[in-house]
Design a protein around this ligand. Structure first.
Ligand code: NAD
Length: 436
């Protein structure tokens, strides 16, 4: 099939590359010329395991193309996937302006029948509106159907999640659109769940919000464990044997971040309120997460009389390991609080530092300073206190004795529960974690 993909972010680029990998001819379109140049030179603009190799392989095989020229890409496609961003607006609703811009470009350029597939996460009813919008602006007499195909990949494992997805959801209102999508996904050999468009849109929000809820629930219980003398890890282990609960997403920590859970919880709340309905469970998940993100900082703040001119080691900046994405990362909230209070931060992240520098350049920031270093040991050297925000393997592998031997005072606030309590105690580290 001849496929175009609008947007080469975490979703669009990975989808495009994987479509090429299973044999389709794919053109990835982006408005960002720099990104397109980078991709043409074989370099991925985002960090994802295996992505660059597959980009180079499929580009060399002539199945994968990159362009800013949407007209030449869209005019002759069997299907056009939309994978542009739907960021949160100040009122919590999803910003659909990027989707609308692509829909208009499609309406003005397509020269043959095609299916427009919305892969971005969009509020329930958006696919209907996109179809109407395209019809309103359609220039030529061609048949355009809109289908929903929400994406479930997780950053850090995006390529694997796409090639070996648990399921493909397709939401269509016609046999034609369903047939085209099934043909596109047939080579993946994955289970396909075919529903109507609104249900497909809802499956995406309901899934993400359920996962956010699961995280906030465990964090809520973790906080109670701390108060009541239970250990959240033992509690989670005991719970995980129950198949109705499942073993995943039971880790307590400093809350969820990233480009999806925060905005998708708020967007569904917003949508529900438009119908006069309050999603109380989701509201609770959002509230718990907000407090959870700075819980460790609050603990440290109770202990230290001041952070002014303290050397603070920060290990991990990205919202999770395996990605360079910083959107809504807990590190952002905590670093801001530390800098406001005059801390001298030494930050380590194996891939996220460059992006972090765009917000906090090396040197003076607010009332403090930030220095980026290339190893956890460098960050810890002479530090008064350490915060762990991301469970990168490079951070996990730092032995407890290293904190004791390297820091001026081995005081560690660990937002990811990386260490065994007894081992840290044995190593002489003053260690605080979540729910234990
Ligand atoms: N990131 C994830 O893990 C993930 C997972 C599942 C679903 N989603 C959803 O997928 C969508 C995209 O997310 P993302 O993280 O990939 O976004 P992103 O911000 O990484 O990428 C969006 C890309 O679209 C490009 N773009 C903007 N306007 C364009 C246009 N008119 N034509 C072509 N390209 C254009 C931007 O330049 C950018 O490269 C969102 O709705 C998100 O909620 C994201």
């Amino acid at each position: 099939m001849n496929i175009s993909v609008a947007g080469t972010g975490y979703v669009g680029l990975v989808a495009g590359v994987c479509f090429a990998e299973v044999g389709h001819t794919v053109t990835c379109v982006d408005v960002d010329e720099e990104k397109v140049k980078l991709m043409e030179s074989g370099v991925s603009p985002i960090y994802e395991a295996d992505l660059e190799e597959l980009m180079q392989k499929n580009y060399a095989a002539g199945r994968l193309h990159y362009t800013t020229d949407y007209k030449s890409a869209y005019k002759n496609s069997d299907a056009i996937f939309i994978g542009v961003g739907t960021p949160e607006q100040p009122d919590g609703s999803a910003n659909l302006s990027y989707i609308a811009a692509v829909a208009r470009q499609i309406a003005e350029t397509v020269e043959r029948d095609c299916v427009v597939v919305v892969k971005s996460t969009v509020p329930i009813g958006t696919n209907d509106k996109v179809e109407q919008f395209i019809q309103d602006f359609l220039v030529r007499d061609v048949r355009i159907e809109v289908a929903s195909n929400p994406e479930f990949l997780a950053q850090g494992t995006a390529v694997r999640d796409t090639l070996r997805a648990a399921r493909i959801i397709i939401g269509t209102e016609s046999e034609y659109a369903e047939k085209v999508l099934k043909e596109i996904y047939e080579p993946f050999g994955l289970p396909i769940v075919s529903v109507n468009r609104r249900s497909a849109e809802m499956i995406k929000y309901a899934s993400n919000d359920f996962l956010a809820l699961k995280i906030s629930y465990m964090n809520d219980i973790a906080n109670l464990c701390e108060l009541s003398g239970a250990n959240i890890e033992d509690v989670a282990k005991g719970m995980s044997f129950d198949e109705r609960i499942g073993g995943k997403f039971l880790n307590a920590g400093i809350g969820y971040g990233g480009s999806c859970f925060p905005k998708d919880t708020k967007a569904l709340q917003y949508l529900a309120r438009q119908y006069g309905y309050e999603l109380r469970t989701v509201t609770a998940a959002v509230d718990v997460n907000k407090e959870q993100k700075t819980r460790l900082f609050q603990k440290a703040n109770d202990r230290f009389i001041t952070f002014n001119r303290l050397k603070v080691a920060v290990l991990g900046l990205t919202f999770k390991p395996g990605t360079d994405d910083l959107r809504e990362a807990p590190s952002l909230d905590n670093v801001a609080l530390l800098l406001e209070r005059g801390a001298d931060i030494y930050a380590y992240d194996p891939v996220g530092a460059e992006n972090f520098k765009q917000k906090y350049p090396e040197g003076e920031n607010l009332n403090g300073t930030i220095t980026y270093v290339s190893s956890p040991e460098e960050a810890l050297d002479g530090a008064n206190v350490c915060f762990i925000f991301t469970e990168w393997p490079q951070i996990r592998s730092v032995a407890p004795r290293v904190y004791q031997e390297t820091m001026r005072t081995p005081i560690v606030y660990d937002g990811r529960n990386l260490y065994d309590l007894k081992e840290m105690k044995r190593a002489g580290v003053d260690y605080y974690s979540i729910g234990r």
